[in-house]
Design a protein around this ligand. Sequence first.
Ligand SMILES: Nc1ncnc2c1ncn2[C@@H]1O[C@H](COP(=O)(O)OP(=O)(O)OP(=O)(O)O)[C@@H](O)[C@H]1O
Ligand SMILES: [Mg+2]
Length: 367
Amino acid sequence: MLLPGNAKLDPMSTPDQQHSSAHLVDRHPRITGTELVATLVPPPQFDHATFDSYRPDPDYPSQAEARDLLRAFAEPEPQIGRGGFLGFGRKKRGDESRPSGPAKPGVYLDGGFGVGKTHLLAATWHATAGRKYFGTFIQYTALVGALGYDGAVGVLQGARLICIDEFELDDPGDTMLMTRLIKDLTATGSRIVATSNTPPNALGEGRFAAADFMREIQAMSDRFVAVRIDGVDYRQRDITGDAVALSEDAYRFALADASTAGERTTDDSFEDLVAHLATVHPSSYAGLLDGVGCIGLRDVYELTDQSAALRFVAFIDRVYDAQIPIRATGLPLTSIFGGGMLDGGYRKKYLRCMSRLNALTSSEIER
Ligand SMILES: Nc1ncnc2c1ncn2[C@@H]1O[C@H](COP(=O)(O)OP(=O)(O)OP(=O)(O)O)[C@@H](O)[C@H]1O
Ligand SMILES: [Mg+2]
């Protein structure tokens, strides 16, 4: 799986440069609003994700149901009445077998880790004609940060489909912003599909005084048909156990090996990277990874600061999007969430990150 973000070495670089690792901490990416808009497409890993390439697990009927519902949602709507989505979900005469979709402008797909939510989201995006956007929740909040609320609405408004991956409400600011954005965009005819590890009525629970925002959260939830999707983590079907931690020698060997294979490698201490992530906006984390083919992290240790841990999670999300293998020494990366973090409100977020770290440190991702 070779991705644009993993371009081969610059042919102009000297052999010496080709075999030395760069440092992530030397990179200071800043993404502009215009660049952000250009990134609102599915990650390359999902370029070929379709409803047909999604293989529902027969043990979990919710998978086939979710696929069928989204397939119907993505179908061109019959031209009935004004207001676009009003016609959605009506069965055409003689088409009684077609699953009926929701008469709401949005679908909210909530489910466990690695059950194919992003795959289905990307499949919906690919199957929809017209102007459309695909981004993570963080990308949309960053867009508002960069362009202002009116500027972001100006870009998104009138789109036929807006896909929001990894929907989470972490604080009151996000909550006010996203509930308003969804209200304004659906009011002008856009359809929204969101995925999350949290059902809509539990958004924000354990993270902030979500009860104070119940009215907004409820009004937003009402615009979605909520679909629960169960299953086993697809990534773990062949991968079990802890993230791989290497000895010093094996680490050096792994980076040299990747470098010889023509990949640009990076080499940082875990401590330095964690500190550096605090200086870069999470929406620019993808920029840290431009051209990187293998990430080396030395001396991994347990994190006890929640903010640092959440930033690392956001970073790993981008590494996972780009499918860049990680080679690490010290504590297995799946054991870094300490200090009771795994029992708090972000538990699912950490568990999902661990599932991703497991995949990224395994040789499955070797290229
Ligand atoms: N039923 C399936 N059929 C085919 N491929 C699948 C299926 N489920 C997952 N995959 C593949 O497994 C990988 C993980 O799935 P995906 O990222 O869509 O899961 P997710 O539910 O979004 O996970 P997360 O909670 O980490 O966001 C992807 O490469 C995806 O294409
Ligand atoms: Mg996902």
